[in-house]
Design a protein around this ligand. Sequence first.
Ligand code: DLZ
Length: 511
Amino acid sequence: MPEKMTDKPLILILGDQLSPHLSSLAAAPDAPVLMAELPDEASYVRHHQQKITLIFSAMRHFANALDAQGRKVTYIHYGSEARLNSFADAVKMMIERENITRLIVTEPAEWRLMHDMQNWSDRLGIAVEILPDSRFLADHDMFEKWADGKKQLRMEFFYREMRRKTGLLMNGDEPLGGQWNYDADNRKKLPKGHVPPPRLHFAPDAVTQNVMHIVAQHFGNHVGTLDKFAWPVTAAQAEEQFDHWLDFCLPQFGDYQDAMKTDEAFLYHGLVGAAINIGLLDPLKVCQAVEARYHSGQAPLNAVEGFIRQILGWREFIRGLYWLKMPDYGYSNYFDHHRALPDFYYSGDTDMACMRAAIGATRDYAYAHHIQRLMVTGNFALLAGIAPEAVNRWYLEVYADAFEWVQLPNTHGMALFADGGIVGSKPYSASGAYINRMSDHCGDCAYKVKEPHGDTACPFNYLYWDFMIRHRDKLGGNPRMGMVYRNLDKMPDEKRSGVVASAAKFLEKLK
Ligand code: DLZ
């Protein structure tokens, strides 16, 4: 009789799985845990220095917490084991050292890793159990069933399903307040001289400071600076920051969700994306806490619904779509755009005040809010015809909350319309007038937002019309673009040739 092999399970926890209720931890309450800081993960794109710092520090804190609860944790610090580059290397080492027979892991959030992991059982010669990530509120099956047979996938209808499924903001079968979506009440400009409330930030503790040394040593030439690092690195800090936001920002979040202001990177935004994406905050709990503020009369419906729509609707929709469309999703290039990403996306060295503000916040905090990402840096990349691949890489590198499952559909689909209309029904393109309406940037800008073309005109103005002219074959038949093309048809010839000439001159010099 062959000798029966003892079962020696190991749980692998990834850097964006820092949640105590993770499916892998629940599946094997006594099993040891492996966590590893790895060159392959830290360098598959040139992540912002604060993003690496946040993830390594949060990983270290999480490992300490597991250890304090009595779990046996093997933690590989960056560079401590020279031959370990990838998760597979780290697991292999544990198989050789500890005779591991079974690996338990919650499904990775990114396709590249899932694809790799699906071969591990054969490659490493042990059982590999990949469990669902129950932190998402819609599982793959639910999304696939919802998407099945639909000609178009639109967030709004999926969001309504999710409201019904969770009961959030529902009054029986009806949406609370009688409307599903209060987006139209989320578009106020900040009054002149308005000062947003101070935000709760966290000075780097000893663990974070140690990580900062490593990041400065190994990744010091990556985008960004570390001196303004203030991200929450534990669940307790993330909750404290969120509670502070509930008290001081949520009531006005709805009104000013789309507003921009020079030197005010955070305004009324929740800053919870990074914490939720790496597991420090639970998305359902966050939504429930926000809903409770409505029921207690502490926050209006436009704020509460606007926030819950982002988490329950948009975030889940984007994740479902990513898994439905991968691995080919990022390869499309609907407008056939091939221009290189200008250097100022890294340096911030541009005379366009709105771009300078968005890129400056990105560099200083690994953060910019959704309208800066969509309507400033994303809009510019779309209008200027930057190659989607380069823009996608930039967004994945520079934001602390950026993981491919969330970044790719948001950039490739929503901001660039490079998927030809899978995520959105029309491109989110806008001229300088939109930026002027929603911000205070244009007043101090070197360019004039009221001028349609010419050397001193706002580049967004002529690039916008040039884009519409260049892509009439692809956009002219889109019913949602009808008004734009009717306006273009009414444009005097002199203005039309002016915008085309200014765009050509500007793009020629763009580097
Ligand atoms: C983003 C990231 C970085 C920079 N480094 C690590 C790491 O060293 N170890 C780790 O476990 N996770 C890291 N991550 C997060 C992973 O890339 C992420 O878990 C996968 O991409 C799956 O979403």
